[in-house]
Design a protein around this ligand. Structure first.
Ligand SMILES: [Fe+2]
Length: 296
């Protein structure tokens, strides 16, 4: 593939990466029978629920070290406690979208449960989290400017003990993705950005990615990098991202809390089956703004 340097390459209908080759990469990781291992570390000590501030600090530090911080509380936090945990980390982001208002508690807690909804061509993507379908790997808020992106995603499991759930919340570490890509490709991604996005795919050191699998919305990319076509660069990123050996799954059981560091890992979800009684709650948190930032 080739384009003139500095120009945007246009996507074919259905996107650049809606091909059998890339679909097979995705399927290896997101297939319904996948059973990925839990992270080797990331447990946040024994602060428990008696001090939400200490619990938040333990989860934040574990997420910084391992990409995901984990705690098993036995019983889930209330919606109010979950928001307080978010307040202890940073600035909790409200769920503004009226389309999903029926799933929102106390303005900021999103209930992620299977609804029996099915996707399809004309499906409203905002409801995808409430289906049993897979969620392609992404960083949260990848279209937003860095300061507006969630830094942490808090999830907790409310599933009743004994309910089986085949769906797995999965993560892939960014440092490993960068290592598989190599420095030349990471350098090219520092000069590649999602058309309509707010910044390059990679910033910082160690590299922080802001990226969603373009098959979600047929995204196209632009490049200022003289020697590379953004289709090649983003294709290499997808190959490094969907690496089965790098996939870790949150070991959900009732009362498990997970804090995903959105600057350390990509996340997604494997495909589930109809009628699964899964139930997670989600609170998104961004870094606190120094003064007068937009609150909820
Ligand atoms: Fe997400």
């Amino acid at each position: 593939m080739s384009t003139t340097a500095g120009q945007r390459a246009t996507a074919a209908p259905g996107g650049w990466f809606a091909t059998a080759y890339f679909d097979e990469l995705r399927r290896r990781v997101l297939r319904p029978s996948a059973a990925w291992p839990a992270p080797a570390g990331g447990h946040a000590g024994a602060a428990g629920r008696t001090s939400l501030e200490r619990l938040a600090a333990g989860l934040r530090d574990a997420a910084a070290a391992c990409g995901v911080g984990l705690a098993d509380l036995g019983e889930p936090l209330s919606a109010g406690e979950l928001i307080a945990l978010g307040d202890a980390l940073g600035e909790v982001i409200p769920e503004h979208d009226p389309a999903i208002a029926a799933f929102v508690e106390q303005a900021c807690v999103l209930n992620l449960r299977g609804t029996g909804l099915r996707g399809g061509r004309a499906f409203d993507m905002r409801f995808k989290p409430f289906t049993s379908e897979e969620l392609l790997l992404h960083t949260e808020g990848s279209l937003r400017a860095e300061a507006e992106r969630p830094r942490w995603i808090i999830l907790q499991c409310l599933r009743e003990a004994g309910d089986e759930a085949g769906v797995q919340t999965i993560t892939v570490g960014m440092q490993g993705v960068a290592a598989r890509l190599g420095s030349a490709a990471v350098g090219a991604l520092r000069q590649t950005w999602l058309a309509g996005g707010s910044g390059p795919v990679v910033t910082g050191e160690p590299p922080v990615f802001s990226f969603r699998d373009p098959a979600v919305s047929g995204d196209v990319f632009e490049s200022a990098h003289g020697a590379t076509d953004p289709r090649d660069t983003v294709g290499a990123l997808l190959e490094a991202l969907y690496e089965p050996a790098a996939v870790r799954a949150v070991p959900w059981r009732r009362g498990t809390l997970a804090v995903i560091d959105n600057t350390r890992v990509f996340h997604g979800r494997t495909q589930g089956s109809e009628g699964e009684r899964r139930h997670l709650q989600r609170v998104r948190v961004r870094m606190p703004t120094p003064a007068g930032g937009a609150g909820r």
